[in-house]
Every structure is written in structure tokens, then in C-alpha cells.
Ligand binder design. Structure first.
Ligand code: MG
Length: 269
């Protein structure tokens, strides 16, 4: 259920955050203020982070939090579900991978070929590509229309601005690529999710699947979770969570997420 008034929220055991556009700007590290708030939140609650990016990217985005030198006790309350929860990492004297739902090599090759075929067919040739356009992440294959490393190469400000601009101007094109790829790999699921990226995974992988995985592996029922995300609207990559009945709060970006964290911290148990 959508929570419009946090004062009316029942106490929750676990706060689940989307990462891109919620805890951080797209693919960027979280800012120092967010890192501090997350550390405070971990002292009070369990926290899970879920996003389309792979674990390596999560690590970079969460680096400002790790730099606060959290105690082992706090790190053990942080649960990471990269690649839309097709993998899971938890802290137990170091970060450990608990599972990874890999696509088969044949599936991955088929998706890569499908992306190449579609890009060729529509004649998509951007002026500059930053890093790889098609990336095999094992659990998913991702097309990044401007390349994987826009933000890493251009820096947060310019990189995010370029991606935002592209997303605004090419919404239709991205949907079209998604539809065409879906026709070529009907046995898999195509997610036209991020600003500039399209992910292909096994069927049934979305944030609802993610919450169920969190429930199963962190042992907190969905009714005791609060989900915070920037794309909880039809067509948005957080929208699937609504189906699970979880209590959720939509945000427009990290600044609003900070407000939510402050509100949760102020809430008496
Ligand atoms: Mg997001």
C-alpha cells in the first residue's frame, strides 16, 4: 500500500531501497550525507538494497558508506540484491555471495546477438559510446545505449545529465528496441528499465521477485518491510513491488529519500 503519511506507518523491521535514482543519482556513488543517514538507519533497522546494476557497481555506489568504517554488527544488517535480486550478497567477515541465478551461456549469446541484430536493423549509431554497449553480467545481459561507463568517464554531473537528456529524447526508441529484442528472445524477459539501459533476464525477474527473495533470504516477511523507490508507477522498474502488497513510498530522488530516512529514524518503536 502506498504510504502518504509516514506518521501513520506501522514500525517496520526492514527498509528496502532501490538504488539508482533513490539512494544515488544514476550509477553515481551516494553522497556523504546519504551515507551518514544510511549508517544511522542501519543502527536501527535492517536495510536491503535492490537494483538492476551488478555487484561491482553496487560496491562503487555504496563506497561512501563503507568509508564510514561501519562495525561488523551494522554491516551484517545490510543486504545487497544486485542485478534485480538475481544475486545476493551479505556480510559475514567480508562480503559473501549467497546465490547467483545465471543465464546459460547459450541464452547470453542469443541475447547479445539479438541486441546486435536490432541495433543494426534500426541503424542506431550514437556519436560517441562510453565503454561497452552490450555487457554480459552473467545473471543478465544489458544494453546501455550510451555505453556502460558514461558516468565513470564523464563524472557524475555530466554523465547523469547526458543520460537524462538521452532518456528524455529517446523514450520511444528505447521502447522499440525493447519490443524488437523481446520478439527475438521470447523465452526470456526484457526490462526497459533504466535511463539508457535495457536488461534481459530469465522470466519473472522483477522487483516483486526481488522482494520475495529478500523475504526468503533475510527472513523478514513482506508485511514488515517498507520499500522506497523512484519508479513506482506503471512502466517504472519499481512498479512490480505494488503487486506484493508491500508498504511503499515513492520518491523523486535521493533528497526525498533522505527525508524518508529521517522520518523513519524519528519514529518511536
Ligand atoms: Mg530507480
Amino acid at each position: 500500500m502506498k504510504i502518504s503519511n509516514l506518521k501513520k506507518l506501522k514500525p517496520k523491521k526492514l527498509i528496502v531501497f532501490d538504488i539508482d535514482g533513490t539512494l544515488t543519482l544514476t550509477k553515481a556513488p551516494m553522497d556523504p550525507e546519504m551515507a551518514k543517514l544510511m549508517a544511522q538507519l542501519l543502527a536501527a533497522k535492517k536495510v536491503a538494497v535492490i537494483g538492476g546494476g551488478k555487484y561491482g557497481l553496487f560496491k562503487e555506489q555504496l563506497a561512501p558508506l563503507y568509508r564510514l568504517k561501519l562495525s561488523k554488527q551494522l554491516l551484517e544488517k545490510l543486504f545487497l540484491f544486485p542485478s534485480t535480486a538475481t544475486s545476493f550478497y551479505r556480510y559475514n567477515s567480508g562480503w559473501k555471495n549467497i546465490y547467483a541465478l545465471q543465464l546459460s551461456l547459450a541464452e547470453r549469446n542469443k541475447v547479445k546477438k539479438a541486441f546486435r541484430t536490432v541495433l543494426k536493423e534500426i541503424g542506431y549509431a550514437p556519436k560517441r559510446v562510453y565503454g561497452k554497449m552490450i555487457e554480459d553480467r552473467g545473471t543478465q545481459v544489458t544494453l546501455s545505449t550510451l555505453g556502460q561507463d558514461v558516468v565513470a568517464i564523464l563524472g557524475t554531473k555530466r554523465g547523469v545529465a547526458l543520460k537524462t537528456k538521452w532518456a528524455k529524447e529517446n523514450r520511444e526508441l528505447k521502447m522499440k528496441i525493447g519490443r524488437m529484442v523481446a520478439k527475438l528472445v521470447p523465452e526470456l524477459e526484457v526490462h526497459v528499465a533504466g535511463f539508457t539501459s535495457i536488461d534481459v533476464t530469465k522470466k519473472g525477474i522483477d522487483k516483486a521477485y526481488g522482494l520475495k527473495q529478500i523475504q526468503k533470504y533475510v527472513h523478514v516477511p513482506i508485511k514488515d518491510m517498507l520499500f522506497v523507490g523512484d519508479a513506482i508507477f506503471p512502466g517504472g522498474n519499481d512498479y512490480a513491488v505494488v503487486r506484493t502488497g508491500v508498504d511503499y513510498v515513492p520518491v523523486t530522488g535521493p533528497e526525498q529519500t533522505k527525508e524518508i530516512i529521517r522520518a523513519v529514524l524519528e519514529k518511536p518503536e
